[in-house]
Design a protein around this ligand. Structure first.
Ligand SMILES: Cc1cc2nc3c(=O)[nH]c(=O)nc-3n(C[C@H](O)[C@H](O)[C@H](O)COP(=O)(O)OP(=O)(O)OC[C@H]3O[C@@H](n4cnc5c(N)ncnc54)[C@H](O)[C@@H]3O)c2cc1C
Length: 556
């Protein structure tokens, strides 16, 4: 969900293309069954490569693609899971109308900010179209609102909140450009005239605020940065567009990532090591040695760690030597949010069939089973009798520690309150992920706390000797979104290709000078604020431009 809303026409998969893609993808999947699953050769030494890419989510795969484009084929990708895609992750749930398992997305579900029509197109939207990923517009205006006594119309609060966000956004831009101390998003809202406690119906205001803020950032306005969370929203929803399409592809949303991989990885390609857990990373200014849990190892000239911020914060992978203080401070400085979708299936659809969203204002607890989204709609999964509710932050942590049956009962109580005239049945299916404890993610996506700076964030991005870091969380302008992960893969791939080839890629150098090449800038002394001229490609600010000039075969 988001600050701004919109709609778009659906883009549906063609069967022919789907079959061709399935063949390509099974070729990539087959590389899991490599005969040589270890990277150690028989004499016990490590596999040698130029670049070790750690993680096969969007960033890892796009780093590899960018290297390939620059004629660097000597890389190895190491991935914990048994498939490509990372947090673009799905599971089977219940049954579809033909009795087959329904595939639901536990992770990234919306293509956010499609763009085009005079604006730049979101590169993710371009790729979703390329791989014919089935999706449908989310209609944020198809909403009904409820409280503990049933349906009650408080949709006017949505407009009031959006008006305040508009004022906040202008204020945030002034703070940013004039390099004035950041505030919490809450301070920004209050100064813009939005204070839920002082509104006529505080619980309704809380519900709307939760939907349009926490439901997007997975953190509360009290915890997060006014300047940078306003900017990240602008980059996606103003620079591209306000449209959000929901992916319903039964091949899985990660089909586009597998598709991209299939263009440079051949069947059984030994450069993709799935089901392999990185345990230890030893690095220096000469190279990197990666040791995996199965005892195998890789020696590389360079390595790029694309693990989530959550994985880095959990200390589950050890570094030798320990990461320097400036890097550890940056890792701890940023927030890893948790966003939990809980899926329910019933024997029948007993809620209004013409609406997509149902927003609940709990009388006591903000963010208590607040937003329900019907999947039983044209364009989604008609006749699936499925609906899901989303919680974030503290509520995510709470439900992750509870048994499924307890959570189901709490949620059903909310539905009974929302629909007093319905005898709400027991669901035939109920399931949800526990992102906070998933060992390859430890959370859902990152967010910026109030009071941080671009310099602090640049330290999260910066390489330490030959060890590089990239992912959704290293994106200054698109953190939390697939486009952030994508653009960081392009950026780090370009830089590493330049280093491996001994020369900055021509097109990057021509367009961005040294700012887009070479090692990353880092700030061992933090200045506490961000000067206007620091908002540049070197510090990862709006690196969309790197993609608009996708560099093909331009290594020299
Ligand atoms: C619940 C949820 C909802 C989301 N909704 C949206 C949305 O609607 N729209 C949107 O644009 N974005 C959304 N996102 C964010 C989006 O999914 C991410 O920004 C993006 O997928 C991150 O890609 P990445 O490559 O940076 O990281 P990842 O996808 O996390 O890739 C890192 C890879 O490293 C692997 N790894 C981790 N540890 C190890 C190890 N020790 N050894 C080997 N491999 C390891 C992981 O398995 C993973 O495959 C959502 C995410 C979640 C979780």
């Amino acid at each position: 969900m988001r600050f701004v809303q919109g709609s778009h026409t659906p883009n549906l998969a063609s069967t022919v293309a789907a079959v061709a893609l399935a063949q390509l993808i099974s070729a990539v999947d087959a590389s899991t069954k490599l005969e040589d699953q270890t990277s150690q050769n028989e004499s016990g030494s490590c596999k040698q490569t130029k670049v070790a890419i750690l993680g096969a989510g969007i960033t890892g795969i796009i780093t590899a693609r960018t290297l390939t484009d620059a004629n660097v084929d000597d890389f190895i990708i190491v991935e914990y899971k048994d498939e490509i895609g990372g947090r673009v992750h799905h599971e089977d749930f219940g049954r579809d109308k033909d009795g087959e398992p329904l595939l639901v997305e536990y992770g990234a579900n919306w293509i956010q900010g499609l763009g085009g029509n005079g604006n730049p197109e979101n590169p993710i939207w371009t790729l979703e179209k390329k791989w014919k990923i089935k999706n449908t517009p989310s209609d944020f205006e198809a909403i009904l609102t409820y409280n503990e006594s049933g349906e009650v119309d408080f949709t006017s609060e949505i407009e009031a909140f959006e008006d305040a966000v508009e004022i906040l956004t202008a204020d945030a831009e002034e703070l940013r450009v004039d390099n004035i101390q950041d505030r919490t998003f809450r301070q920004g809202l209050s100064l813009a005239g939005w204070n839920p406690g002082r509104r006529k119906y505080p619980q309704a205001a809380d519900a709307v605020e939760w939907w349009l803020y926490d439901g997007e950032q997975a953190y509360t306005p009290d915890e997060s940065s006014m300047v940078f969370n306003a900017a990240v929203s602008n980059f996606t929803f103003e620079q591209f567009s306000a449209e959000n399409n929901f992916v319903v592809d039964q091949r899985g949303h990660n089909t586009w990532i597998k598709g991209e991989a299939s263009e440079f990885l051949k069947k059984d390609d030994p450069r993709l090591m799935l089901s392999t857990i990185v345990d230890k990373i030893a690095y220096s200014d000469k190279g990197v040695k990666v040791t995996n849990k199965d005892g195998s190892c890789i020696e590389a000239d360079y390595a790029v760690v694309t693990f989530s911020l959550g994985v880095l914060q959990q200390d589950v992978v050890s570094f030798e030597p320990l990461l320097p203080e400036w890097k550890n401070v940056a890792i701890e400085a940023f927030l890893m949010g948790t966003y939990t979708k809980m899926f329910f299936q019933f024997n029948e659809t007993w809620w209004p069939k013409d609406k997509e969203f149902f927003l609940y204002a709990d009388p006591i607890q903000r963010g208590w089973y607040p937003i329900w989204q019907s999947l039983d709609k044209e364009g989604f999964f008609p006749d699936s009798h499925a609906i899901f509710v989303t919680v974030t932050g503290r509520e995510s942590r709470r439900v992750e520690r509870m048994a499924d049956a307890e959570v189901q009962e709490e949620a059903l109580e909310v539905l009974r309150a929302m629909f007093p005239d319905v005898d709400v049945p027991v669901p035939t299916g109920f399931q949800y992920p526990r992102w906070g404890t998933t060992p390859w993610a430890y959370g859902s996506f990152s967010c910026w706390p109030a009071g941080t700076t671009l310099e602090q964030h640049q330290n999260l991005r910066a390489n330490v000797d030959r060890l590089w870091f990239a992912g959704e969380h290293t994106s200054a302008s698109f953190f939390g979104y697939m486009q952030g992960a994508y653009l960081e893969g392009v950026d780090v791939g370009n830089r590493l290709a330049g280093l491996v080839n001994g020369e900055c890629l021509k097109a990057v150098a021509e367009k961005h000078g040294e700012g887009g090449c070479d090692e990353m800038t880092r700030y061992e002394v933090l200045h506490g604020t961000t000067e206007e001229d620091e908002y540049n490609i070197e510090n990862g600010w709006n690196n969309l431009e790197l993609e608009t000039e996708r560099i093909k075969g331009n290594a020299k």
